[in-house]
Design a protein around this ligand. Structure first.
Ligand code: MG
Length: 237
């Protein structure tokens, strides 16, 4: 039976391992640091605005997040944030970068099974160094034929990955937790996508459901359902 795809790319953060809870917990500590100055809701709003504005300059990942927290702290305290407090923010970032990589339950078995029948790529955005060390610490490295760490996930970068790997768009499948990054641009590039939601979603990654109206993609509750879903795809092609 012909396999339905030549290459399956898997997102990493919140698809293979837990990530957003670390940002969430750090943001909670950041809020506590500024609690004497503003309300939690206003701190969150200003931080989100700063992060959004800085993405084009610092890119995705922990380092950009740390710089945005520092900038927000300076802004919200009108310059009164102390050197000691800035150091605390940097320490928060360092803890995130050295925290253990916690695989989502069942991921190892699911990826092992997929790797027996398919070429797998890890396709993620963020800091190159951070993502590489997370993959190494995850213990999943040997299951992937390719690792692609990109600065932004859009139709152009997906097409570039397909071209680099010699895969036709219709033979490419992306699997991930973000509709904005892992689903919509892949469909735009002519590939297929499977959405595996994660309980927490960064505000920046949220898209209205109506953006998906009429799009052909699948939503699975867990990555362990992927093999079975692939079986149904093979049968229908
Ligand atoms: Mg993700």
């Amino acid at each position: 039976m012909l396999a339905p795809f030549d290459l399956i790319a898997l997102d990493a953060d919140d698809t293979l391992w837990h990530n957003e809870p670390k940002f969430y917990a750090t943001q909670e500590q950041f809020r506590a640091l500024l609690t004497g100055y503003h309300t939690p809701a206003w701190i969150d709003e200003r931080l989100h605005e700063t992060e959004k504005r800085n993405l084009a300059h610092f890119g995705y990942g922990v380092k950009g997040f740390v710089l945005s927290m520092i900038e927000t702290a300076v802004e919200l305290t009108e310059g009164r944030v102390s050197g000691q407090e800035v150091k605390q923010i940097i320490d928060l970032g360092r803890s995130m970068l050295t925290a253990p990589v916690e695989l989502i339950d069942g991921v190892r078995e699911a990826v092992e099974q997929l790797s027996r029948d398919y070429q797998l790529a890890l396709l993620t955005k963020g800091d190159l160094f951070d993502q590489e060390t997370k993959l190494a610490r995850s213990g999943l490295g040997e299951l992937f034929s390719h690792v692609e760490i990109v600065s932004e996930k859009n139709a152009v970068t997906y097409l570039a990955v397909m071209k680099r790997r010699g895969v036709e768009p219709s033979r490419f499948l992306m699997v991930g937790n973000s509709l904005r990054s892992d689903v919509l641009p892949v469909l735009e590039a002519g590939g297929a996508a499977v959405h595996v939601p994660y309980p927490l979603t960064w505000a920046h990654e949220e898209v209205p459901e109506d953006a998906l109206a009429g799009k052909h993609f699948a939503r699975l509750q867990h990555i362990r359902e992927l093999s079975e879903w692939l079986g149904t795809q093979a049968a229908s092609r």
